[in-house]
Design a protein around this ligand. Structure first.
Ligand SMILES: O=C(O)CCC(=O)C(=O)O
Length: 258
């Protein structure tokens, strides 16, 4: 699949991102979305026998896969989509310098799956200064199934946090949260300091999304190092039996299974 955007992003788009801390782009055409969905189905059905990282959450209907990370080494199509072409070009324009993939995850948010506490991403990525993330919608993302909610124009500084790394409730209450519904194939880019959160999936359908994070190449190609540390952490936790957190900050509202 060619990862074509329907149009190049413009200076006005970049200005919008710099001012508001987010930008909506059209990443995949209708034909491409079908193929993209099949790729995500592939990864979702891989099981646990490989080197990718699967995370599960407890729901009312049992344990469900909530996230896969570190899948690009094992899936050519997704690797190409996230490491070449339009995605890298857009990340580079938004970071104002050449970008490289730092990490990648699929959040499945299957029917009944949990949402995410209000947070900024920057504290979760202490090893890079300059990074940008986006959400590529695999399924339509709606208020009912837990789309992202963001705060516009609030990306100039790190906000006061609770001990778990999420934004303090008194600050959250003063902010204007805007739900961003996406059609499958659309992408929401957001600054690493843009406050965001999401609700539970209260629908009967899954709401899957791919979240790549890119860093400025001038800081180095750090992805393998990042996952080396994470894989070690996983192996240690497997031995001790302790739960592994999905992120350095404790922003996931669901009950982790392993
Ligand atoms: O997928 C979602 O609903 C939100 C995910 C999120 O904010 C995160 O993974 O940091």
């Amino acid at each position: 699949m060619e990862a074509v955007a329907r149009r190049e992003i413009s200076t006005a788009d970049i200005d919008h991102f710099l001012k508001n801390g987010w930008l909506l782009t059209e990443t995949l055409t209708d034909n491409e979305i079908e193929k993209f969905r099949k790729w995500i189905d592939d990864v979702q059905n891989w099981g646990d026998s490989g080197k990718w990282l699967n995370h599960y959450e407890q729901t009312e209907s049992g344990a469900k896969l909530c996230r896969t990370e570190y899948f690009t080494p094992f899936h050519e199509g997704l690797r190409e989509l996230l490491t070449t072409g339009q995605m890298i070009a857009t990340a580079s324009l938004l970071l104002k310098e050449p970008a490289v993939l730092y990490k990648e995850k699929i959040n499945y948010k299957l029917a009944g799956g949990a949402g995410w506490e209000p947070h900024q991403d920057a504290p979760a990525y202490p090893f890079v200064d300059s990074h940008v993330s986006c959400m590529i919608a695999v399924d339509d993302s709606t208020i009912e199934n837990g789309c992202l909610e963001i705060v516009s124009g609030a990306h100039s500084k790190l906000l006061p946090m609770h001990e778990n790394g999420c934004i303090r409730q008194d600050i959250v209450a003063t902010m204007t949260w805007k739900p961003v519904e996406l059609r499958a194939g659309q992408t929401l880019w957001f600054h690493s300091l843009t406050p965001h959160r999401s609700g539970d999936n209260n629908s009967r359908r899954d709401r899957r999304a791919v979240y790549p994070t890119f860093n400025a190449l001038s800081e180095g190609d750090l992805r393998e190092g990042y996952y080396k540390r994470k894989l070690e952490e996983f192996a240690n936790h497997a031995q001790t039996g302790d739960a592994v957190r999905l992120s350095l900050i404790d922003d996931f509202r669901g009950k982790k299974v392993k």
